[in-house]
Design a binder for this molecule. Structure first.
Ligand code: GTP
Ligand code: MG
Length: 239
């Protein structure tokens, strides 16, 4: 377990009565911060997994009812690729070079949890109606889904947070769910540049270092650690 960061935790503030100034996304309803785990093998890659289905709204009941971990982020940020890397199964979630491919809530079942691949936001060519539909779907999922135990929020390590990312951060804070920010595509940068970007983005997002995980689905950087954090969040634990 990592020691808590020096910085005052937004999580603690959220517990005291919440904050709405767009700072840290922190502690959730279950009282367990969702933070970066230590080393070791990927515990998800050895588990059986099954694609359950794609759903157009957040109200469906699944049997059995299990904790859910959702993956959210801009279109093309690498959500489906990250799910495949975590599961150790390249073809499980649909990956595409053209953005906007995931338009429904896609559920993958593991023995003790579901992973949920959410549609990406900020897709420039999406119509106004599609954007409104997307917003409604995500809002209702974040607000109403009782089994939602943690959110993996993806950001491309190369880019500063967009307006849509900032809006999403505000929504995540408002939802008071445990959130782990994950930087994707670290293989696109040198190791030193990636480490510097991780520090910069944590600062920009006003998150502690242990609330930000650097990953690459291509080189497997950070994948085992993220898998451990996902399992711990599903169990309501602090890894
Ligand atoms: N170099 C590199 N490319 C990646 C990585 N992860 C994803 N990509 C590429 O980025 C593109 C988008 O990946 P997806 O996983 O489909 O992204 P997504 O967020 O699910 O996209 P939508 O479903 O459209 O919202 C694909 O061309 C992937 O091959 C990574 O870690 N490294
Ligand atoms: Mg996708």
């Amino acid at each position: 377990m990592r020691p808590a960061g020096q910085r005052e935790s937004g999580a603690a503030e959220a517990e005291k009565g919440g904050r709405s100034d767009g700072r840290a996304v922190g502690k959730g309803a279950q009282g367990a911060p969702f933070s970066r785990a230590g080393g070791g093998p990927n515990p998800l890659a050895s588990q059986p997994v099954e694609f359950i289905g794609s759903f157009p709204d957040a109200g469906m009941r699944l049997e059995p009812s299990l904790p859910e971990i959702a993956f959210i982020g801009r279109s093309n940020v690498g959500k489906s690729s990250l799910i495949n890397a975590l599961l150790g199964r390249p073809g499980m979630a649909r990956v595409s070079s053209s953005p906007g491919k995931t338009t429904l809530l896609n559920f993958y079942r593991l023995p003790s949890l579901y992973l949920v691949d959410l549609p990406g936001y900020g897709f420039a060519r999406a119509s106004k109606t599609d954007r409104a539909g997307y917003r409604k779907l995500i809002h209702s999922y974040l607000r109403s889904r009782q089994t939602l135990s943690g959110i993996v929020w993806l950001l491309d390590i190369r880019h500063d947070p967009s307006k849509e990312d900032r809006e999403m951060q505000a929504l995540l804070i408002e939802s008071r769910r445990p959130v782990l920010a994950v930087l994707t595509k670290s293989d696109k940068l040198s190791r030193a540049t990636a480490a510097a970007r991780q520090r910069e983005l944590a600062e920009t997002l006003q998150l502690r270092n242990d609330q930000v995980e650097m990953t690459s689905s291509r080189s497997a950087t950070g994948i085992a650690e993220l898998a451990q954090s996902v399992l711990a969040a599903a169990q309501g634990e602090n890894p």
